[in-house]
Design a protein. Structure first.
Length: 268
């Protein structure tokens, strides 16, 4: 993916990583459209950030995705990048009743949402000379956090979905790029924004944009902090990584920082 001269749609970009990435990409010379459920919030974003396009979309609703996709394709025929940012993260306890609603909501938003979004845009993107689908998984796709089983599972599925559709689209103009965040200081979970363990949002976005610019042919965007989780199995210390992550963060409210995840701390 090139860093500039794109037309980019980012559903799920009204706050957190999505909005910060949208603004950073706009600053690099891209036309950016953000999507979200709340019309008043979208209007505020448009007012605060001139030039940002906005579209109302609920990625948990197939009909909303179809309507929004038609509106975006009509208003922005040069669209060549889709970033499937929308996602939720909920703490679940599968040893007690009551977890199913959160689990189903997580699967609907984090897995069915991106699948439906890609289905709504892939033919359009194939008609562009240089297009990219950016999926968003997580370091937890590769190392599970005890407190968030459905989130872990959906992000693991997004990783393998990315790998698979990349193969199918290999002979087309569409690239598939997987963004793999660590814990970032946002409101994804209660207390995560204030957590000393979470990566500062501006630091994360800065590293992501630098990686896109310096590695335009990359298949995965991995900031340094996520590599502890991403490559535990490849390094041969997967069990230690799982244990370390969950000892430091048993309730799913934060993830360890670089010092906590040092080789000395986990004995490698």
């Amino acid at each position: 993916m090139q860093i500039n001269d794109n037309t980019i749609f980012i559903p799920g970009a009204t706050s957190g990583i999505g909005l910060a990435l949208a603004l950073a990409l706009q600053a690099r010379g891209n036309t950016v459209i953000v999507g979200g459920r709340r019309a008043e919030l979208l209007q505020q974003i448009a007012t605060d950030h001139p030039g940002i396009g906005t579209v109302t979309i609920d990625t948990a609703d197939p009909a909303s995705i179809r309507r929004a996709a038609a509106d975006v394709r009509s208003a922005y025929p040069d669209l060549n990048v889709l970033i499937t940012m929308a996602g939720i993260m909920r703490v679940e306890d599968w040893t007690t009743p009551g977890f199913l609603a959160d689990a189903e909501a997580t699967v609907t938003t984090n897995l069915l949402g991106p699948i439906r979004l890609i289905a709504a845009f892939v033919e359009h993107l194939r008609g562009r000379p240089d297009a990219t689908i950016v999926t968003v998984s997580s370091g937890l796709a590769f190392t599970p956090l005890t407190a968030t089983p459905s989130y872990n599972a959906t992000k693991a599925a997004i990783h393998m979905l990315s790998e698979s559709i990349r193969l199918q689209l290999a002979d087309t103009s569409v690239k598939v790029l997987e963004l793999e965040p660590p814990s970032v200081a946002t409101d994804l979970l209660p207390g995560q924004r204030e957590s000393s363990f979470a990566m500062p949002l501006d630091e994360f976005i800065g590293e992501v944009v630098d990686l896109i610019e310096t590695q335009p042919d990359a298949r995965e965007i991995q900031v340094e902090r996520v590599k502890f989780l991403r490559y535990g199995e490849a390094r041969g210390d997967y069990d230690q990584v799982v244990a370390t992550l969950n000892q430091l963060d048993p309730h799913g409210t934060q993830q360890p920082n670089d010092a906590e995840l040092s080789p000395e701390r986990i004995g490698r």
